[in-house]
Design a protein around this ligand. Structure first.
Ligand code: MN
Ligand code: MN
Length: 343
């Protein structure tokens, strides 16, 4: 069934940057055309490896740590800055243009997903500090940074992107400026520790702008489906949906109006993209619980599920709509189910 365009991308087998200090695999609209509103990077940093100081001109960065730990530095245009540590289950949000860096803390590799709210973020919008300095006249840098010419001459001649550094001390060191105010709009949210919502077929944790005020363009969900569980037929009126499979497998069926439909299977390291307003379901397959990281390009979470929709209508209207008798209508759910248990 393939009336709709491909909505599956194998992120962990994608092209990218790879070196001794770490790796980055990505999708943009070039590799995954349907995903115009999201780009993503799966990044790994060895202990001490530094994703250098940079900013993104056209996209905000929302991230989820899968394993290991890392430390980020970030500055806002207000001058407020933060240095904070992240571990498994933690989310960060850097608004468009906020300068930041990420460093692996060890003892193991840190693996995280970066989700950008624009599919074109990479080509037109990632600004690295070494790239910038390498293009700037040396005498301008010397004047700006109060450094002698021989020090300027030792700066990198190209973008370093990820560079091996010292493993930072356990306690976060102070920044150079002792007079900085802590940020009033914290960049960190512990999604793995957010309230757990339980349903017959699985669980959900949610982070929208309501819980995480700085996150004005992305809402995140951590979804687990028990074997046989079904995230029931639903749609999102206000957002496209991006999914990354952390573990386990699922089947997704997407309905795009006018008879258009497509169905596919997803497993670890693969990404799904579902357009705003398109009807879809997610059914767990296999014996292992399925864990999915989901992002929506909206500050709030909106969905309409088929069972809550149907249950909001009079039984006779449904009987007329489907041409079946009232006895069958009565057997249908009388409220939303969200994640249905195994059949
Ligand atoms: Mn970044
Ligand atoms: Mn959905």
């Amino acid at each position: 069934m393939s009336d709709l365009p491909n909505f599956k991308f194998d992120l962990e087998h994608a092209q990218g940057w790879s070196g001794a200090a770490g790796s980055a695999r990505q999708h943009t609209v070039n590799e995954f055309p349907v995903s115009t509103s999201f780009a993503a990077v799966s990044m790994r940093l060895q202990p001490g490896a530094l994703r250098e100081l940079h900013w993104h001109a056209i996209a905000a960065e929302w991230a989820y740590v899968i394993s290991g730990s890392c430390r980020v530095t970030v500055i806002a245009p207000s001058g407020n800055a933060e240095i904070s540590d992240f571990g498994p289950g933690d989310v960060w949000y850097f608004p468009k243009g906020h300068g930041h860096s990420i460093q692996g803390l060890g003892p193991d590799e840190c693996h995280f997903l970066l989700v950008f709210d624009d599919g074109r973020f990479s080509e037109f919008g990632t600004f690295s500090i070494t790239d910038w300095m390498a293009r700037t006249p040396p005498d301008v840098l010397a004047q700006n940074l109060s450094l002698p010419a021989d020090a300027i001459a030792k700066l990198p001649k190209e973008e370093v992107y990820i560079v091996q550094g010292e493993v930072p001390p356990t306690a976060a060191p102070a920044s150079m400026n002792a007079n900085l105010e802590p940020s009033q709009l914290n960049h960190k949210f512990r999604l793995g520790a957010a309230p757990l919502m339980s349903f017959a077929g699985g669980t959900e944790r949610l982070v929208s702008q309501q819980q995480f005020p700085i996150s004005s363009t992305i809402t995140g969900v951590l979804l687990t489906l028990k074997p046989g569980g079904l995230r029931e037929l639903h749609w999102h009126p206000n957002a496209d949906e991006w999914q990354y499979y952390i573990k386990g497998r699922s089947e997704i069926g997407v309905f795009g109006a006018n008879g258009k439909y497509r169905q596919d299977e997803f497993g670890p390291g693969q990404v799904a993209f579902i357009n705003r307003g398109f009807g879809h379901y997610i059914r767990q397959i296999g014996n292992e619980e399925t864990q999915i990281l989901v992002a929506f390009n909206s500050p709030d979470y909106q969905e309409i599920s088929i069972s809550s929709w149907l249950a909001s209508n009079p039984p006779q209207l449904l009987a007329d709509n489907f041409g079946i008798d009232l006895g069958a209508i009565e057997k249908m759910p009388h409220a939303g189910r969200f994640i249905v248990g195994a059949a």
